[in-house]
Design a protein around this ligand. Structure first.
Ligand SMILES: [Zn+2]
Length: 329
């Protein structure tokens, strides 16, 4: 997308997807992990999508309405933890890999038989269904591809596999940038661009629709009149392929006259900061209209965990003036 603010100033917003042509170097850096379910790869939700009060911490993998799909260890390691609960992650299993990453499989119908037996025993011993048990490396070692459980919908509304990749600090990572391979035939697409007042008296148009003028290049063709400190927010959706849901991009960059001034990197976060969802997404639009605008500014005035803002002034400051879009590259 490119739009012209004055005859000299140009704003550009770029979006990237984790597994697509925009990020080949990062994908190549990671050693591949096996797709976690014995099904063709299809994703209904991805990393850092909006959830009420938190960011989505992994992939929701389609099981096409079915339960009982075999789930496999993505690489060599051991089953380090299992949880059973009637809500939340439901029946969940953690595989600690030799590489230091942890894979999390949630909403399972069943664990592999020997693990299921250990869980049954623990539930009986404690006299309750809800448990959270950790195992030493020697108890349930796994090889790459071993079946560790079967998909279900425990703690969920519909059958699917919720899958996470976490680092040694237990921070969730974008699985598509951390070794999970999926065909990504489609680039992120821009929707509307919004300008939000960030100080008393500031004003500007809320949302302008952008149009794709060339593959991957979008323009807002309208006169923009802004006053005061104004933040830029953009609608961006990504798809992996025809079977994926509307996904979040992995990265959005805002540049002024070719110089990056803000970058939102959706590749990892800390669970302690998952409530920063309301700083990543413009909260009023979500709650009122179910629209998802990514905020390319730091509304709280401090560096967020999730968003890397290389300059302090990622806001636009404009006096009321006419600005007209031109056909950019
Ligand atoms: Zn999920």
């Amino acid at each position: 997308m490119e739009l012209r603010r004055t005859k000299k100033g140009t704003l550009a917003v770029l979006a990237a997807c984790a597994a697509g042509a925009f990020a080949p170097a990062r994908a190549a850096e990671s050693s591949a992990l096996l797709w976690p379910a014995k099904l063709r790869p299809a994703v209904s939700s991805n990393f850092c999508e909006y959830r009420d009060g938190h960011l989505h911490a992994g992939l929701d993998i389609r099981t096409f309405g079915e339960e009982g799909i075999a789930c496999v260890a993505g690489d060599t390691g051991y089953v380090s933890r299992v949880r059973a609960s009637a809500e939340g992650y439901g029946k969940a299993l953690y595989v600690q890999l030799d590489t230091g990453l942890t894979l999390v499989y949630a909403h399972l119908a069943e664990f592999a038989p020997e693990i299921e037996a250990a869980v049954d025993e623990e539930q009986t011993r404690r006299g309750r269904y809800t448990i959270d048990v950790r195992f030493p490396p020697s108890r349930f070692p796994v090889q790459r591809g071993d079946v560790i459980g079967y998909s279900g919908m425990t703690g969920a509304n519909a059958p699917h596999l919720h899958f996470e990749v976490r680092n040694a600090q237990e921070h969730p990572l974008d699985p598509l940038a951390a070794g999970i391979r999926a065909e990504d035939a489609l680039s992120p697409a821009f929707g509307r661009v919004a300008f939000l007042p960030l100080e008393p008296g500031a004003w500007g148009p809320f949302a302008h629709r952008s149009a794709e003028r060339a593959p991957g290049s979008y323009e807002v063709c309208d006169t923009l009149v802004l006053s005061g400190a104004t933040g830029v927010a953009v609608e961006v959706v990504d798809f992996l392929n025809g079977e994926s849901g509307r996904l979040a991009p992995s990265e959005i960059t805002l540049a002024v006259d070719g110089r990056p001034v803000a970058r939102v990197a959706l590749d990892s976060f800390s669970f302690a900061h998952a409530d920063e969802v309301d700083f990543v997404y413009e909260p009023a639009s979500v709650r009122v209209n179910n629209d998802y605008f990514f905020q390319l500014y730091d509304r709280r005035g401090a560096t967020l965990c999730i968003a890397i803002l290389p300059t302090a002034g990622a806001w636009l400051r404009a006096r009321a003036r006419r600005a007209r879009c031109t056909r950019g590259a």
